[in-house]
Design a protein around this ligand. Structure first.
Ligand SMILES: [Zn+2]
Length: 307
């Protein structure tokens, strides 16, 4: 009996040890597996985020939005770039200073601006070309045209172009009959732009039909500038043009005018038109863009000013 007990006890102990060992091994395997899977999952998340971020950064580099050195800055800039679609233009001290010093920059910058649109025949062609060239431009739209073609303004906006205000009627005797009528046309146009876009938007930027100086209405125009400023509205003319609305009838003439007026300027705000009869403007635009690129200009729009 005693001998038997002695014999039995070590067997039981052995079995216990084996069972405990197996359990410990199983637990260790389970812990190991769970650590392995959790690490893998976080790696997967990180790499997914990295891929997304890198894609965005690469897109930024392709879009030439910012310089290629600062990765995090690129990411922020890209977000801002995307946000141009919803980014509300400002008329603050910084924007005022930028507007006042628009032509004093040291870098070669070209602002392509299109007045008197949108039009069914020319605006979509210009938008297609700008998209292909990856250029964001500025459209000084006419309220009466916006009312006819709201979808085109929506497209301009959605594609990152800056929508600015050129009044409603473009009839000098109407818009310049008083300071009040200038403001009324601005506001009326502002309303149709906002309806077309479908969300709150104010470019805070006006271009006087016929320019802000000279002509029969120069007195009312000069008085209006202060009142516009009180109403948080800046204005801008241009310092280069193709004369597409003033007599140039061939591609060669338009290009010659661009070259002559761009000259050696660092910053150029180029006046062109996307009204229905300005097909020549569209046809000349590839040459205008190529010329400016050759001369080292980068393209910006007024989102870079009104912020
Ligand atoms: Zn005009």
């Amino acid at each position: 009996m005693i001998y038997g007990l002695i014999e039995v006890e070590p067997k039981k102990n052995k079995r216990k040890i084996i069972i405990i060992t197996v359990n410990v091994i199983l637990v260790l395997i389970l812990i190991g597996l769970s650590i392995f899977f959790s690490l893998n999952r976080s790696n997967f998340n990180i790499s997914k985020n990295e891929v997304a971020k890198n894609n965005i950064i690469n897109e930024v580099i392709e879009n030439n939005v910012i310089n290629k050195d600062d990765t995090s800055n690129k990411f922020i800039q890209k977000q801002k770039h995307i946000a141009t679609i919803n980014f509300l233009p400002q008329y603050n001290e910084q924007a005022k200073a930028k507007l006042a010093n628009l032509y004093n920059g040291n870098e070669k910058v070209a602002y392509l601006t299109f007045d008197d649109g949108p039009s069914k025949s020319v605006t979509p062609l210009i938008l297609d070309l700008l998209k292909q060239e990856n250029i964001k431009a500025t459209f000084f739209v006419l309220g009466s045209r916006v009312k006819s073609y709201p979808n085109l303004v929506k497209r301009e906006y959605d594609e990152g172009h800056f929508i600015a205000n050129h009044g409603y009627s473009h009839v000098y005797s109407s818009i310049y009959s008083s300071i009040d009528t200038i403001l009324e046309e601005y506001n009326k146009t502002q309303n149709v732009i906002q309806n077309a876009i479908g969300e709150p938007y104010n470019g805070h930027l006006f271009r006087f039909p016929g320019g802000s100086t000279g002509g029969k209405y120069k007195k009312i125009k000069s008085e209006a500038k202060a009142v516009l400023a009180q109403n948080e509205i800046g204005f801008v003319d241009w310092n280069a043009l193709s004369e597409d609305a003033a007599g140039a009838k061939t591609k060669e003439a338009l290009i010659a005018n661009i070259k002559a007026t761009v000259g050696e300027k660092n910053v150029v705000v180029i006046l062109m038109h996307d009204a229905g009869d300005k097909i020549l403007t569209y046809e000349t635009l590839p040459d205008v863009i190529a010329y400016l690129r050759e001369r080292g200009y980068t393209f910006k729009n007024f989102y870079d000013i009104m912020q």
